[in-house]
Design a protein around this ligand. Structure first.
Ligand SMILES: [Zn+2]
Length: 70
């Protein structure tokens, strides 16, 4: 198990570090590093992080990629 900080919050305790399952682990659950509450399935983690990122206000200096306006 690998505990990493993510752009997510635990629904239970608000912790922002989560344990990721090993690629070959039987249990593919992403869990809170603090209270071990289930967060999401490892396969769905990317979707959850994208959803969380899109719900945040845009950060200054991080402009969206523009199309080539020639
Ligand atoms: Zn938690």
């Amino acid at each position: 198990m690998l505990e990493v900080p993510l752009e997510l919050r635990c629904n239970v305790c608000g912790h922002d570090r989560f344990t990721l399952p090993a690629a070959d682990a039987m249990d593919q659950d992403v869990r809170c590093g603090e209270c071990l509450a289930f967060k999401c399935h490892a396969d769905d983690l990317e979707q959850h992080m994208l959803a969380a990122a899109s719900s945040l206000p845009p950060q200054p200096g991080k402009t969206p990629r523009r199309l080539n306006a020639v």
